[in-house]
Design a protein around this ligand. Structure first.
Ligand SMILES: C[C@@](CO)(OP(=O)(O)O)[C@H](O)COP(=O)(O)OP(=O)(O)OC[C@H]1O[C@@H](n2ccc(N)nc2=O)[C@H](O)[C@@H]1O
Ligand SMILES: Nc1ncnc2c1ncn2[C@@H]1O[C@H](COP(=O)(O)OP(=O)(O)O)[C@@H](O)[C@H]1O
Length: 292
């Protein structure tokens, strides 16, 4: 497998800058109000087209059975929906920790849908890709839309939002938090009063999953308590990653340098526009130019 034989596309991580649980749907899914922001910390997916219709994962995610991998499921879904005769070999460089609330699986799935829509020439409009993506996970639509967003419903009602420049220190506790378990917990707040974008921008933030996650996951509590010594610490999604925002890279790195060895950590810049969409636009512009 040679790196240069593949067409490489990014799958960025996200942070939930706030998360409220404001109700429940008939099917048991929880209704949220949340803010999604991308960060410049990404998985990389390489695509090599096949003419025999076969879809294969060549590398990455060895802990997940290939047929369960959202990457494979996304490619199969698009192939079926679009009646595409082509196949693909997919290589994955996995950087985003799994089950950390950073949305890596959903982002990988979104990148597969967006990239193969382009490479297979299916040319579905974004709205059609978003509805396919929602079949794979509640977080997939925002990664397809590619814009930082205020989200409602289960995360599919998206309003683009502009956020102040920020750098984040993200701590990765050594545990895997199950989204399903957090949402099953009887002590979870399920009827928070609805809030507004304006309240969020005025500083009313927080995450309704935090008390449940801190109670059950000692490693998350330790990370949260450590980060809270330096800044306002927050949980992303259902965790377990915790983060804090800083106005400059220098300020973020100053805290990052002091992170105790027991935690993995990284520094990342907040992005309002996903690198996936930037790449797609540049490919579409090249395709459209007279010399391209
Ligand atoms: C809550 C968020 C915020 O970003 O958490 P993270 O997963 O990113 O931490 C996401 O929307 C999560 O989306 P996603 O990770 O796709 O969740 P899924 O796999 O679809 O859900 C796993 C299980 O959690 C429960 N679930 C999930 C989302 C939701 N809004 N209500 C729920 O009750 C359901 O029981 C579902 O079967
Ligand atoms: N390509 C993939 N990358 C990551 N996780 C995947 C993938 N395909 C399936 N999964 C499953 O999705 C679960 C959630 O993963 P992930 O999206 O990384 O976390 P979170 O939803 O907490 O942000 C994983 O525990 C894993 O079992």
């Amino acid at each position: 497998m040679k790196h240069q034989d593949f067409d490489w596309w990014p799958a960025p991580a996200k942070l939930n800058l706030m998360l409220k649980i404001v109700g429940r749907r008939q099917d048991g899914y929880h209704l949220l109000q949340t803010v999604f922001r991308f960060i410049d910390f990404s998985d990389q997916l390489g695509f090599k087209l096949r003419h025999d219709g076969i879809i294969r994962r060549l590398s990455g995610n060895e802990s997940i059975v290939e047929s369960d991998d959202l990457i494979i499921r996304a490619a199969q879904l698009l192939q079926r929906a679009a009646g595409c005769a082509k196949g693909v070999d997919i290589a994955l460089v996995k950087n985003i920790p799994m089950g950390g609330g950073l949305g890596g699986g959903s982002s990988d799935a979104a990148t597969v849908l967006v990239a193969l829509n382009h490479l297979w020439g299916a040319d579905y409009p974004i709205d059609k890709l978003v509805s396919l993506g929602l079949e794979l996970g509640a977080d997939v639509p925002v990664f397809i839309q590619g814009k930082a967003a205020w989200a409602e419903g289960v995360g599919e009602e998206l309003t683009p939002i502009q956020l102040p420049d920020a750098w984040y220190v993200v701590l990765v506790p050594d545990c895997h938090v199950s989204t399903a378990e957090v949402f099953r917990d009887p002590q979870l707040t399920r009827n928070a009063p609805r809030t507004t974008i304006r309240d969020f921008l005025a500083g009313r933030q927080g995450n309704d999953c935090l008390p449940v996650v801190l109670k059950h996951y000692r490693q998350v509590k330790e990370a949260f308590d450590w980060l809270a010594l330096f800044a306002s610490a927050q949980l992303t999604g259902t965790g377990g990653c915790v983060f804090a925002a800083f106005e400059s890279e220098i300020a973020a790195r100053h805290v990052f340098m002091q992170v105790p060895e027991q935690f993995q950590a990284f520094v990342a810049q907040g992005l309002d526009y996903s690198p996936l969409m930037q790449l797609l636009s540049s490919k579409q512009n090249i395709g459209a130019s007279p010399s391209g």
